[in-house]
Design a protein around this ligand. Sequence first.
Ligand SMILES: [Zn+2]
Ligand SMILES: [Zn+2]
Length: 239
Amino acid sequence: MKTAVVVSWLGRMLPPACPLCGGTFFVLAADPFCPRCMATMTPLPAAQCSRCALPFVASSAHTSHLCGRCIQAPPAYAMAYAAALYEGPLRTAIRCLKFHQRPNLDRPLARLLEARLPAFLEVDLLVPVPLYPPRLRERTYNQAWLLARELGHRRRLPAAHDVLVKCRATEPQQTLSARRRRENLQGAFALNRDVEGKKILLIDDVMTTGVTLDLCSQVLLAAGAERVEVAVVARAPLS
Ligand SMILES: [Zn+2]
Ligand SMILES: [Zn+2]
């Protein structure tokens, strides 16, 4: 008993371990990772698409404007928030959360995302992008739901895991061309709960082409949602 008390006391006294690299650090800032890991995470540049947050990384643009894709075919969601670029250690952290059974990365990654969001969110409900049920059983958790739940907890906003459902298996998006990605996911998402009149923040871990978030937003808006915005931890540059 005494040993347990000492261990618990020591645990509180010792600096925490960084959830990404394991190194210890003194918590002086509100950052969820150690200063070395934080320094490797690239925030989105100020110049980005004002609709889908596509970073204009290699262009000479200095101000935000709509990207070519959003001009040609605007997505259903009103705007997108992303904490940082999908590269380096952040990419590793997200892949660990998603594919390597590290659900404990949900809190630090949700904190990273929260820091990017406006102080006041005009949102009624946080909704995660769903996983196909057999995939969910295999992984045992939906990483988007873990992020939405944590974000909801921190911002005192309701979050629900069962608003959207993925009703069929699809091929992995990263193996497909942009056009095939949309065909692959067409009709794959359905509604499971009333969202009439609600302002929704749709949550996912990564946004690449944005097709998944666009199709989920279409389903929510078709069911009467007033507005859909999206928030992701990481945004991939155009591939
Ligand atoms: Zn670290
Ligand atoms: Zn765009």
